[in-house]
Design a binder for this molecule. Structure first.
Ligand SMILES: Cc1ncc(COP(=O)(O)O)c(C=O)c1O
Length: 347
């Protein structure tokens, strides 16, 4: 049964890791202009956008695929690689769509227990068996916000057999790169893996720092062979004229991205420190959201927050009965969240 409709239009929306800073004005203008050509079918091969992404990341044009968001792409990949009797391996408490995509493809999902709220990469390597076709790695992970570094990923990839395709989901790539620069670690060798011809797809999206979640556009890097198979399995004209135009213009507005990243980092610190002051222990995050144990029933806590106009995500459906995930908002939203949180926590 579907949930009753909620009146969320006036709420502060910190429940879906969307960018509170919106899309670039240049992207919005480009989408407006594209809407004037809405009578024309989109370029099915998204040539211009793929060329641009290939140039930015210095990979071949045929190593880039554009999709109608990553959730759609994950479903296509799962249906392509899994069948009844085969399995995919991931971590416990990771992106919920790995569960859905695997189930819809008829495969089994093996979820390896977490270690300190992060991925246990050794555990993941040991869980792989002869029936495994996919390893899903969300880095940073949603909902815990944790990250494993480039060396740890190298080590894991070296251990995996050839019959396994790694789906390296870097939906929060730009945030992680920013924090990695600040915190002095090497985050990702993902594009390097293409040159090494690893059996791997790297996933990125325009839904997060680019603020285009409602438009549905994402992309993948990978070997031309597997990308061709994925492209053949996509719906024709899957990525709209508006989505392609918005993504292209968004890539040109580096200032907008930079401002969003800087505001996110300030907001993250504000939320993190504020939650610590309230006696809660958030997990250090590498993305645009924070995972926090509120030491009480998370669903009831989130419902009380919602009654006061702040939407956050209860992680009970992820098996974390007392944890919530909060998206970093604007400075005003973050402040309102902490004030409301304090009231809701009062005995
Ligand atoms: C780890 C991860 N991958 C993929 C997605 C989906 O991205 P898209 O909006 O491109 O479908 C999300 C969205 O929250 C995510 O957290």
């Amino acid at each position: 049964m579907s949930e009753p409709p909620r009146n969320i239009s006036r709420c502060i929306k910190l429940d879906a890791n969307e960018s509170p800073f919106g899309a670039s004005p240049r992207a919005i203008e480009a989408m407006r202009r594209a809407a004037e050509k809405a009578n024309i079918y989109p370029d099915n091969s998204a040539r211009e956008l793929r060329e641009k992404l290939a140039g930015i990341h210095r990979v071949g044009f045929d190593q880039v695929l554009v999709s109608a968001g990553l959730t759609d792409l994950l479903g296509i990949i799962a249906r392509l690689l899994l069948k009844p009797g085969s399995n995919a391996v991931t971590s416990q408490r990771s992106f919920i769509h790995y569960v859905t995509a695997t189930r819809q493809a008829g495969g089994e999902l093996i979820e390896v227990p977490m270690q300190n709220d992060g991925f246990d990469l050794r555990g993941i390597a040991s869980a792989v068996n002869e029936k495994t076709r996919i390893v899903f790695l969300a880095n940073p992970n949603n909902p815990t916000g944790t990250l494993f570094d480039a060396v740890a990923t190298d080590e894991l990839l070296d251990q995996l057999p050839d019959h396994v395709t790694v789906i390296l989901d870097e939906a929060y790539y730009e945030y992680a790169q920013y924090f990695a620069g600040e915190r002095g670690i090497q985050y990702s060798h993902s594009v390097e893996y293409l040159r090494q011809k690893r059996n791997l797809l790297v996933l990125r999206t325009f839904s997060k720092v680019y603020g285009l979640a409602g438009v549905r556009v994402g992309y993948a890097f990978g070997a031309p062979g597997i990308l061709k198979q994925v492209a053949e399995a996509q719906s024709t004209f899957a990525v709209s004229v508006i989505a392609q135009a918005g993504a292209l213009a968004a890539l040109d507005d580096r200032d907008h991205v930079q401002q969003a990243l800087e505001s996110n980092a300030r907001g993250m610190k504000f939320l993190f420190d504020g939650l610590c002051r309230l006696g809660l222990c958030p997990v250090p995050s590498w993305a645009n959201f924070v995972y926090c144990d509120v030491r009480q029933d998370a669903a009831a806590f989130a419902a009380r927050m919602e009654e006061r106009g702040v939407l956050i995500r209860s992680l009970a459906p992820w098996g974390a009965a007392t944890a919530v995930r909060v998206t970093v908002g604007t400075a005003e939203q973050n402040q309102a969240f902490l004030q409301t949180c304090e009231k809701v926590l009062e005995p």
